[in-house]
Structure formats: structure tokens, C-alpha cells
Design a protein around this ligand. Structure first.
Ligand code: ADP
Ligand code: MG
Length: 319
């Protein structure tokens, strides 16, 4: 790509932290503490599939990293760095500057420095691939298979905001457009509780980030752990800007709404105080919303409306 090296130099050549070798060599070099495992996660974002061509590039930069560091937090891993693959139809300097600004603001906020990447020309549309790396003490990762009957079920943050924001942007509920200002940041600027997730390692059992909807993502934990769960709908943390919306919209947003990038995790009941303390320390709200039990399936008690079998469906690319 014409000007490739210049573009990388201008927008992505960030100073590497002490002890790192960052952008500019054949490989980046990252420090990994002894007694830890390297945690690696990657996500692809494709124009027309994951974002609209006219999306604000700064927002896109933020989200491209957010979806990855969210997975690190959900594994109990502390971020150590990330790499960025970019395939671009053209070298648009203003677009790249805004993308890099959004990416970097979050990278700085969650301590996940950009250490390398690759840049190519795309025959059609923008494609973004981010790989994030972290470290987690050996034996402490928050694996999906680690939930146990009797565990408490916890959720961080508030639910439903991104789902309703997307529906408003799609023009589905024009009578509620006054909520968009409050809800749009949930969709476009999710801040995953990464440091809190890392702090849960060794204290919590299983965790997952809520990207495809609470029921679907919890379903992954239950399947991997061969357990069931009971949720008390009334304990679920609902985004305050959903107050007064029709119950069917609130319920589907909270239970099935994706793009949340908060954590759903399980922990033994004797960890309640520890978890509440950690949440306070990291400025995260953590709500205890139910329990893990023997058996299968998710029972949602006190829901607003009867739940059909299809209530459990979240987002599935090939579904
Ligand atoms: P190579 O030929 O070894 O693949 P490149 O010319 O592709 O090297 O990249 C040169 C340097 O710039 C490398 O350190 C690479 O990690 C970095 N780099 C390339 N593209 C990006 C990008 N989009 N973001 C961050 N670093 C990048
Ligand atoms: Mg290359």
C-alpha cells in the first residue's frame, strides 16, 4: 500500500512501555511474569457485518479493542499488549487518525499497549483484526468449565443499554428516541471491566463476557460446566434509561441483548465479601443475580413476561 510505512509511523508507532520492544522490528517482545500463562484472544471486525461503512472511526477504534480486552477480563487475565491487523480500501489519513485516537484512548485506559500489527490494501471494505494478550497466574484462569453447583451467579455493570440503542438507531421505536443520548455510549463505547476481571482470578470460578446476550453467554458456562442456573429477574441490573419502556422490550434487552461487554461470573458464596470489596476497589458494580445448580438449563424467576424457548437465543452469525 502506498505510504504504508508512513501511515503506520504516523498513527500506530506508539512508544513501547519499559521492558517492551514495540512497533518497528520483525516481532514485538513482551514481558510475561514467571508462574503465569499467556492468554491470547482475537476478534475480526468486517465492514457491513460488524459496523456500518459510515461509522465514526474513533468509535470503531475504541470498539475494536474493547471486544478483545473484554475477553481478557473474562479469562481473569491482566492485559500485556495487543497487535492490530488493518485491511483498508484506501489510506484515508483523517479516518486513520480518528481510529487510532479511539483505539489508543482505551489501550491507555486498560493498560494494553499496541506493540505491532500488519497493514494491507483491501479490495472492498475495511477489515480489522485485533489480537490481545494478557497474563494470568497458572491455575487461576476463569474458565467456562469452572462453575460449580452452589456458586453464586454475578453480573457486572448494567444490562440492556446496547440492545435498545441499536434498535433506536435502526428506527424501531421513534417514540423513545429521547433515550438515545443516554444509551448510545453503551453500544459504541463499552468499557469492559478488565482490571476487575483480572482481580477475580483465583477468587471466582467461571466467567464469560456478555457479548451475545446474558442467556446465551451464561448458556456457554453451563454447557462447559455441566450445570444449570436459576436467575432472579428482579435482581438483574437494568440500564436506568430503560425505565418506563415496554416490558417485552426491557426483558428481551436484558436477557438477550448483546454487545454488553460486562462480565457474567460464578463464585463460591464465601467469596461474597471479597468480590464486593474488589468491585469497590475497581469502581465496578457487581450484582448477585442467581445461583448455579445441578442439572441443566436456565430458569428465570419473576420475569416480566413468560419466557418461550426462543428467549434463550442470542446472536449467532450462522444461526
Ligand atoms: P513485516 O514485513 O515484518 O510484516 P511490516 O512492514 O508489515 O513488517 O510492519 C513493520 C512494523 O510495523 C512491524 O513492527 C509491525 O508490527 C508494525 N505494524 C504494521 N502495521 C501495523 C498496524 N496496523 N498497527 C501497529 N503496528 C503495525
Ligand atoms: Mg507485515
Amino acid at each position: 500500500m502506498a505510504g504504508e510505512f508512513e501511515l503506520i509511523g504516523r498513527h500506530f508507532n506508539w512508544p513501547a512501555p519499559q521492558g517492551y520492544l514495540g512497533v518497528g522490528d520483525d516481532c514485538a517482545l513482551l514481558p510475561v511474569a514467571t508462574g503465569h500463562r499467556l492468554a491470547v484472544t482475537t476478534d475480526l471486525l468486517v465492514e457491513g457485518c460488524h459496523f456500518f461503512p459510515d461509522v465514526d472511526p474513533e468509535t470503531l477504534g475504541h470498539k475494536a479493542l474493547a471486544v478483545n480486552v473484554s475477553d481478557l477480563g473474562a479469562m481473569g487475565a491482566r492485559p500485556i499488549g495487543c497487535v492490530l491487523g488493518l485491511s483498508l480500501p484506501r489510506a484515508d489519513d483523517a479516518w486513520l487518525a480518528a481510529f487510532a485516537r479511539g483505539f489508543r484512548a482505551l489501550a491507555d485506559a486498560v493498560n494494553c499497549p499496541l506493540v505491532g500489527g500488519d497493514t494491507t490494501r483491501s479490495p472492498s471494505g475495511v477489515i480489522i483484526s485485533v489480537t490481545a494478550m494478557g497474563e494470568v497466574p497458572v491455575g487461576s484462569a476463569l474458565k467456562r468449565s469452572a462453575a460449580r453447583p452452589g456458586d453464586d451467579l454475578w453480573v457486572t455493570g448494567v444490562l440492556g443499554g446496547a440492545h435498545v440503542a441499536l434498535e433506536l438507531l435502526q428506527g424501531r421505536h421513534p417514540q423513545y428516541d429521547d433515550r438515545l443520548d443516554a444509551l448510545q455510549p453503551c453500544l459504541e463505547r463499552p468499557i469492559p471491566p478488565v482490571a476487575f476481571g483480572a482481580a477475580l482470578a483465583g477468587h471466582a470460578h467461571a466467567a464469560i463476557d456478555i457479548s451475545d446476550g446474558l442467556l446465551q453467554d451464561l448458556g456457554h458456562i453451563l454447557k462447559a460446566s455441566a450445570c444449570g442456573a436459576d436467575i432472579d429477574f428482579g435482581l438483574l441490573p437494568v440500564h436506568p434509561a430503560l425505565e418506563g419502556l415496554p416490558p417485552e422490550l426491557v426483558q428481551s434487552a436484558v436477557l438477550n441483548g448483546g454487545d454488553v461487554y460486562q462480565l457474567c461470573f460464578t463464585a463460591a458464596p464465601d467469596m461474597r465479601e471479597t468480590i464486593t470489596d474488589l468491585a469497590g476497589q475497581y469502581g465496578v458494580s457487581a450484582s448477585r443475580v442467581g445461583r448455579i445448580r445441578a442439572g441443566t438449563g436456565i430458569h428465570v424467576g419473576n420475569s416480566l413476561l413468560p419466557l418461550g424457548a426462543d428467549s434463550y437465543a442470542g446472536f449467532d452469525h450462522f444461526g
